[in-house]
Design a protein around this ligand. Sequence first.
Ligand SMILES: [Zn+2]
Length: 405
Amino acid sequence: MTNLSRRALLGGGGLVAASLTTGIAQARILPKDMTPLIGPGYRAQDVDEKGLWQQMERIEEEVAGSNLLIKDPALTRYLGTLIGNVGGPAAKDMRIYLARIPEFNAVMFPTGFAVVFSGLLLRMRNEAQLAGVIAHESAHFLRKHQLRQWRDVKRKTDIFSFLAMGAGVAGGVTGVYAGDLVRLAQFGTILSLLKYNRVLEAEADAMGVRLLAEAGYDPMAMSETWQQLIGELDLSAKYRRKHRDRDFSLFSTHPNPESRMADLKVSAVEVRQPGRSYDPYRDRYLGQLAGIRPTLLDDQVKLNDPGASQYVINTLAKDGWNGLLRFHEGEVWRLRGRKVDEVRAAQGYAAAIAYPDAPPDAWRWHGIMLMKAGRQAEARVAFARYLAMAPSAPDAALIRQMMTG
Ligand SMILES: [Zn+2]
């Protein structure tokens, strides 16, 4: 996980280049070698680890009380069940929190609590994919990666600056969201504490694949997720005419996303049961998400990252278009707001209203676009439909006025 920055990518590229010139390939870590290092009911062992746990217990309190959390009881239970399935021997000890942050990310803390970002849920096409990310995060805990990383950081940096950073984190998490992306950056500080080196990431990938297969999911789901991450970053960069450089996206990227994806595929083949057909549990997943999906799509398009949003929408649409996706496709272009975008936005709304699940706002915006095009009679029909679906909308009076005017 964490921090797919330009620096990380350049670093990753450098490592690949180095191994090419020396002719030494980085050996893949095998799923069969990845045994859990902790059992059920694990507690901090030595002074070092106890100190780390104390810090993290404070941070968990902050996280648990943060207004950033989506506290949907059914969804929380569902996530708890997933980590219970793929969490290995420590499954019952792990906790999972869902934060409303429209980023492709998840993070496991040293004491066994995980924070899943809402942007991750939006992007997963099925339960198997989500279970794969949770399995990867669980592996960080089961292999004691945080402690190994903490010892590494302590060796390299002075302990006081590290503790100061921890204090800043605890302060930063309180009351973060409220749409304030600057404050969100402080949450990123937590993630930088938990940035693993490439060996640890490779371990978490190999073990995650194994945990996923053991829980009865198709282990190939993890490489699919990576493929989506790469595709999204590329399209996002293309629209911004830049190289991939998004900050705190899922997983750190040493040596580079493509080779990690390749390793994940080979590992999946190793642990997959030949001839077995796997259920991705797509319907169950979408059913759990139904209530918050409009919010997740809304949060995504408001980032005004058209390449990423378009990629996400098109990826979800591989399982079938619907009114909600078409409406947000329109929103992507309306919010970018260039001259050429208005036509595309209007096309999105017009496509959306052909589906029975089109949200009221699709009818509203369809009406506005028709009106702009001078098609008043059709616009009035669309507005009438909007008002029938959302009679108490804040702008109902205004729309009624537009209809008679
Ligand atoms: Zn990771």
